[in-house]
Write a protein of this length. Structure first.
Ligand SMILES: *[C@@H]1O[C@H](CO)[C@@H](O)[C@H](O)[C@H]1NC(C)=O
Ligand SMILES: *[C@@H]1O[C@H](CO)[C@@H](O)[C@H](O)[C@H]1NC(C)=O
Ligand SMILES: *[C@@H]1O[C@H](CO)[C@@H](O)[C@H](O)[C@H]1NC(C)=O
Ligand SMILES: *[C@@H]1O[C@H](CO)[C@@H](O)[C@H](O)[C@H]1NC(C)=O
Ligand SMILES: *[C@@H]1O[C@H](CO)[C@@H](O)[C@H](O)[C@H]1NC(C)=O
Length: 364
């Protein structure tokens, strides 16, 4: 965990060769001072920011009834603009909020882009991950050598360091690759944890503390958890899901689909719960580039969208590489080098679905 937070300056203790290349890279990092301020950018003006824990439970020590543990809650960090729009964007990572905070090269990420656009932004850590790691059960973190596999999983290219020629990643920037692969938390991809995450978020949504018009902006298995949260929610505060490369789907129990037990679905829910997805204003399953339509999760997204629409919903599959002129988008398109364009597509989605209005008394 320390590695993720360590300031690049700490690498002084490492090998000299690495130090000099890092120094060069550091010089190319964006500086947040007035000299480099981009005057064309609207400033970010916040009313407030903060955070809170939500959901979870209190366990009693079976041997000492006067001892308890508060655990299995989620953690929310929020940023509320001075002149807010009505829709809250809840950024739900698969395994790291960092992906929303910066572009691959350290440039502006979705969090700041959408704060500049006056959307209230919430960063979510589900139970047991990130800043919510007080679990109610024993957790075992098992390190495994996955950096090279991540390269292909995130669709930077077909195999490690074999980049797609048009990939929206700074391929020459070793520091960016190092950041991408280390800015991770253990996702806890078990069916039990997926349920736990969906449930904690449904409590958060129903609490009203995320606003009354929530759009989940998710990545990877975050989209799977968001679908579950929508089926578990008892109120109507969830307005939409924008799922970048959603891995894992929720289906109703009246179709012949077998539940998966591996932590990536499918999850089968009662039809009445599934119909809650059809009540959302809009759902978009987004894929990057260099994805075959025949890929099982892509086909799942078509199937889930069709079922949601069958019950009167408004779900869509949107393929960046084919439905727009954007090329080379990865598994995490909102951190890609063309994330201005990708954010523009999200603007369009929000506007088209009337999710871009301002709070009535906001002075714009
Ligand atoms: C819990 O109860 C035990 C006795 O049963 C007592 O010794 C201990 O001080 C109590 N602890 C707290 C935190 O109240
Ligand atoms: C959790 O780990 C502790 C320490 O090893 C052990 O005493 C306890 O039984 C474990 N609990 C569960 C639920 O496995
Ligand atoms: C349900 O799916 C299973 C496995 O795909 C298949 O063997 C079975 O015939 C299907 N049943 C119905 C009623 O379609
Ligand atoms: C995008 O288009 C290419 C070329 O026609 C096709 O091979 C691919 O399957 C399409 N991808 C998706 C997700 O539809
Ligand atoms: C992708 O698959 C879906 C569902 O099977 C189908 O409706 C759609 O036309 C396909 N798209 C392409 C580009 O082949």
């Amino acid at each position: 965990m320390e590695n993720r937070n360590s300031h690049p300056g700490k690498s002084k203790s490492r090998k000299l060769g690495l130090l000099s290349s890092l120094t060069l890279l550091l010089l190319s990092l964006p500086l947040s001072n007035a000299a480099t301020r981009d005057p064309s950018k609207k400033p970010i003006i916040l009313d407030s920011s903060g955070g809170f824990e939500i959901g979870g439970k209190v366990l009693t020590n079976p041997k000492k009834p006067n001892e308890t543990l508060s655990c299995d809650h989620g953690y929310v960090e929020y940023f509320l603009p001075w002149t807010p729009r009505k829709t809250s964007l809840v950024m739900w990572h698969s395994s790291s909020t960092q992906v929303y905070q910066n572009r691959w090269d350290g440039g502006e990420g979705y969090k700041d882009k959408f704060l500049r656009r006056d959307y209230p932004v919430y960063l979510w850590d589900g139970p047991r991950v990130g800043r919510a790691n007080y679990g109610c059960e024993n957790i075992t973190y098992v390190p495994w050598y996955r950096d090279q596999a991540n390269f292909a999983n995130w669709n930077f290219g077909p195999k490690f360091k074999n980049w797609w020629p048009d990939v929206q990643f700074p391929t020459e920037d070793e520091y960016a690759w190092q950041q991408a692969t280390s800015a991770r938390y253990d996702e806890m991809d078990t069916e039990e944890n997926v349920q736990l995450h969906g449930y904690a978020m449904s409590v958060a949504a129903d609490s009203g503390k995320l606003g009354e018009r929530i759009v989940y902006v998710t990545n990877s298995a975050g989209g799977y958890r968001a679908q579950l949260a929508a089926t578990m929610s008892k109120k109507n505060n969830i307005a939409g899901i924008v799922a970048y490369e959603c891995i894992g789907y929720v289906y109703p129990d009246n179709v012949n689909i077998t539940a998966g037990k591996w932590g990536f679905g499918p999850t089968i829910v009662p039809l009445e719960d599934f119909k809650r997805l059809a009540k959302l204003t809009a759902i978009q399953f987004i894929w990057g580039d260099h994805r075959q339509n025949s890929t099982s999760f892509v086909q799942d997204s078509w199937r889930a969208a069709a079922l949601i629409n069958q019950y009167g919903g408004n779900a869509q599959v949107f393929v960046l590489g084919n439905d727009t002129s954007f090329k080379g988008n990865t598994h995490i398109a909102f951190a890609d080098m063309n994330n201005d364009q990708v954010a523009g597509a999200l603007d369009d989605f929000l506007a088209k679905n009337n999710l871009d209005g301002y709070v009535d008394n906001a002075k714009v």
